[in-house]
Design a protein around this ligand. Structure first.
Ligand SMILES: *Cc1c(COP(=O)(O)O)cnc(C)c1O
Length: 253
């Protein structure tokens, strides 16, 4: 089984240079924007190459794929695996909470109270997390202005809490004892002004910090819109395509 990963190192280097340029143009330090390499739909070798190139934060959006890829990395490249931090960035079902807390180092997509409770319960009964070592989480916000509050449990395709529901969700997470509220995450709406959406996110984040001063992370920006996100104060971009190329289903060559 071989995977050609020779394009990844140079692509990461090139992207880092663009990231530094964009940050500098906004008067920000290059180091003030973290890079999460989204390895979804790519084989574990891509994750290994990212870590080898110094990108230690990896993103996955399906629990099963996260669990499997993490296990493969541990099996084949234990030293790289020990450095990697896996971010879960996808829709999470309550019945997958246990698997998610066993494999993820950060869950970025807490978007409803029922899910927060399920994840807290799973973290509480896992050996990885405790009140002394809480699981870091972000609250995912839906930036689509058309949605009504309280609809968070509906099947909104991309997930995310309504902005009006963030305060109560934050209180639930902060009160759980076993989850650490680190900030907010969002995806720009498909058909809309990304910059305006990221600006709304920044305002929400500022409001959140009034009650939760340690919730400083703003995870926003992907391959196509990271410059807008950084302009609006993002502290972490989640990038797949620009680092790895188009996603192909994992092949079993
Ligand atoms: C796939 C994905 C990304 C990365 O998208 P690219 O356009 O490939 O950079 C970022 N965030 C989430 C939530 C994703 O699902």
């Amino acid at each position: 089984m071989s995977e050609d990963t020779s394009h990844i190192g140079p692509a990461i280097e090139a992207f880092r240079a663009r990231l530094a340029e964009v940050a500098a143009a906004q008067g920000r330090e290059p180091g003030s924007v973290d890079l999460v390499a989204v390895t979804k739909n790519h084989p574990w070798q891509y994750a290994a190459e990212a870590v080898r190139s110094g990108v230690l934060d990896l993103g996955e959006n399906k629990v099963q794929e996260l669990v499997a890829k993490r296990a493969e990395l541990i099996e084949h490249e234990p030293e790289l695996a020990a450095k990697a931090r896996w971010h879960f960035i996808g829709r999470l079902q309550r019945n997958k909470a246990k698997q998610a807390v066993s494999a993820a180092d950060v869950i970025e997509s807490i978007d409803r109270v029922a899910l927060a409770r399920a994840v807290a319960k799973a973290a509480d009964s896992s050996e990885r997390w405790s009140a002394q070592a809480p699981l870091p989480v972000l609250l995912q916000v839906d930036l689509d202005p058309a949605r009504e509050p309280g609809e968070s449990d509906s099947s909104a395709a991309r997930g995310g809490a309504h902005p009006d529901d963030v305060r109560a969700l934050a209180a639930e997470v902060a009160g759980s004892g076993v989850l650490q509220l680190r900030g907010l995450m969002a995806v720009a709406p498909l058909d809309g002004d990304a910059r305006a959406a990221f600006e709304r996110l920044a305002q929400l984040a500022a409001r959140l910090r009034e009650e939760h001063p340690d919730a400083t992370v703003i995870s926003a920006g992907m391959s196509g819109d990271f410059a807008d996100a950084i302009a609006m104060g993002s502290s972490a971009v989640r990038v797949g395509t620009a680092l790895f190329g188009e996603r192909t289903l994992t092949s079993n060559r």
